[in-house]
Design a protein around this ligand. Structure first.
Ligand SMILES: Cc1cc2nc3c(=O)[nH]c(=O)nc-3n(C[C@H](O)[C@H](O)[C@H](O)COP(=O)(O)OP(=O)(O)OC[C@H]3O[C@@H](n4cnc5c(N)ncnc54)[C@H](O)[C@@H]3O)c2cc1C
Length: 466
């Protein structure tokens, strides 16, 4: 630990660490540096990846270029000289939380959620049964995940879950690789999709259409491909009093139900050679197969009057050769911090992280998906950050000031640990490099992502070492 170089005044402006450079972390940094009243000197954002932007880079589907453009606004935030970026640093592993506390008066965890929630039905571990997060990380080329995928063995596939991630997975599985060439889809992913044997994607929902977790814009988008026909199984389009109440309460749910109802009524079009089928009130109970997936068994459900469902004892076996489990993401625990194993988040009250006894931990906060779970769009992380930051600033007078207060001291610690840290100028270099690769590509792509961590850090570091 370096010697303290700056005396700590109790009235010193706050030095804050944000862990996680996804939208939640960057919005928190933005709000912190714009605050009036309590002085915030600087905000340093750490990420375990060499790159910023979290799930915008490694979760949002490549055919959502408009959403990926949110990084333009986030980039502007990161240009603020009071905000620094330290990439390739995993807090809890490379740097312990207690070590950070030596340099920062408060630490805001915005570590998101990037793994699959488990699905506890028989057969979930068979070959050909995939977590949605794994497939998403493949098609977005997450550096720490699988870089190969085989879609040649399955004609019919099942997607379990009817939320926006399920929609992304179904859409990417159904669209032809060539349709995605205009996007930043990585060349090796395009090749996998180009060779895909998939003709039919079946989405299964345990509950009814009024309980679907889709958002209307994302749902409508499913139907935008000339090569894909979307069909809703009319037998699942049932509503009870609870469903009517849910629809009456939320305009967006009404819009979702309207779209689904329209699709349930239409006749199949001639032409599209791939189909997405949506089946409501079919609860997946077992993935069938001997070593490898050969089917999915569902139980027909019925509505109970209040929007809930119960099983009918009527089972159907679907002939599918692969299953994608899109039943939600989960956050990972961080060493030396409490974790709520039931909700799979950092236990917190309005962003103040709580100890196992329920008392706030001094100077430790949470925002984004690790605060409230993996639901909601990028925009929601902004209001989330506003709440967390408001509480942090309210606590500021009571926060003990950290003994080490300069960026030079933080950087000395990171160097001492031998970490190959990336900074924001480094991101700009990597970003420019990827765009140049895209222009040079025969298909004139938006960008060609660099995948390996070591290559990313080398490109990011280039100018510093010249
Ligand atoms: C498949 C998918 C598609 C989506 N599509 C859309 C869409 O089209 N439109 C939309 O609005 N929203 C979409 N979302 C939702 C959106 O991605 C989230 O709302 C948002 O990313 C949550 O932000 P976050 O900052 O909390 O988490 P994240 O974006 O996950 O960021 C967390 C960051 O923390 C870092 N981190 C984790 N642990 C550590 C650690 N120990 N030390 C240092 N850094 C760490 C991670 O590397 C990551 O960069 C999608 C989500 C998914 C999963």
């Amino acid at each position: 630990m370096p010697e303290s170089t700056t005396p700590t005044r109790p009235d010193a402006g706050l030095r804050i660490a944000v862990v996680g450079a996804g939208p939640a972390g960057i919005y928190a940094a933005d709000i912190l540096t714009k605050t009036g009243g309590v002085a915030v000197d600087s905000v340093d954002i750490f990420d375990r990846l060499p790159t910023p932007y979290g799930l915008i880079r490694y979760g949002v589907a490549p055919d959502h270029p408009r959403i990926k453009q949110i990084i333009v606004a986030l980039h502007r935030v990161m240009e603020n000289p009071r905000i620094s970026f330290y990439g390739n640093v995993q807090v809890g592993v490379d740097v312990k939380v207690d070590e950070l506390r030596q340099f920062y008066d408060a630490v805001v965890f915005a570590t998101g959620a990037e793994r699959d929630r488990g699905l506890t039905i028989p057969g979930a571990d068979l070959d050909g049964s995939h977590g949605a997060a794994e497939f998403v990380a493949f098609y977005d080329s997450h550096p720490d995940r699988e870089q190969t995928w085989d879609l040649t063995g399955a004609r019919e596939v099942a997607v379990i879950g009817v939320g926006n991630v399920g929609l992304d997975v179904a859409r990417i599985l159904a669209r032809t690789g060539d349709e995605l060439l205009y996007t930043e889809i990585p060349p090796h992913v395009h090749e996998v999709l180009r060779k895909s044997a998939v003709t039919d994607v079946h989405m299964f929902a345990r509950r009814g259409p009024a309980q679907a977790k889709f958002t209307p814009v994302e749902l409508r988008e499913l139907d935008h491909s000339p090569n894909v026909e979307v069909l809703v199984d009319p037998s699942g389009m049932e509503f009870d009093a609870g469903s009517e109440e849910a629809i009456a309460k939320a305009k967006s749910q009404r819009m979702v139900v309207d779209v689904l109802s329209e699709w349930a009524l239409r006749d199949p079009r001639p032409g599209p050679h791939r189909r997405i089928h949506i089946h409501f009130l079919q609860n997946p109970v077992e993935i069938l197969g001997d070593g490898t997936v050969s089917g999915l068994r569902t139980e027909r459900m019925e509505l109970t009057g209040d929007g809930n469902v119960r099983g009918t004892g009527e089972f159907t076996d679907w002939d599918v050769q692969a299953v994608y489990r899109a039943v939600g993401y989960r956050s990972e625990p961080i060493a030396d911090l409490p974790f709520d194993g039931a909700k799979l988040v950092l236990p917190n009250e309005a962003g103040r992280v709580l100890d196992p006894g329920g008392a706030p931990l001094t100077g430790i906060y949470a925002t984004g998906w690790v605060k409230r779970g993996p639901v909601g769009l990028i925009g929601h992380t902004k209001s989330d950050a506003a709440e967390t930051v408001a509480n942090l600033l309210a606590d500021a007078p009571e926060l003990p000031r950290a003994p080490h207060r300069s960026r030079a001291e933080v950087e000395a610690l990171l160097a001492e640990k031998g970490l190959r840290v990336t900074d924001f100028d480094g991101w700009d270099r990597l970003d420019a490099h990827e765009r140049e690769l895209g222009v040079a590509d025969e298909h004139d792509r938006e960008r060609v992502k660099v995948i390996s961590r070591s290559e990313m850090t080398s490109i990011a570091a280039k100018a510093r070492h010249q």
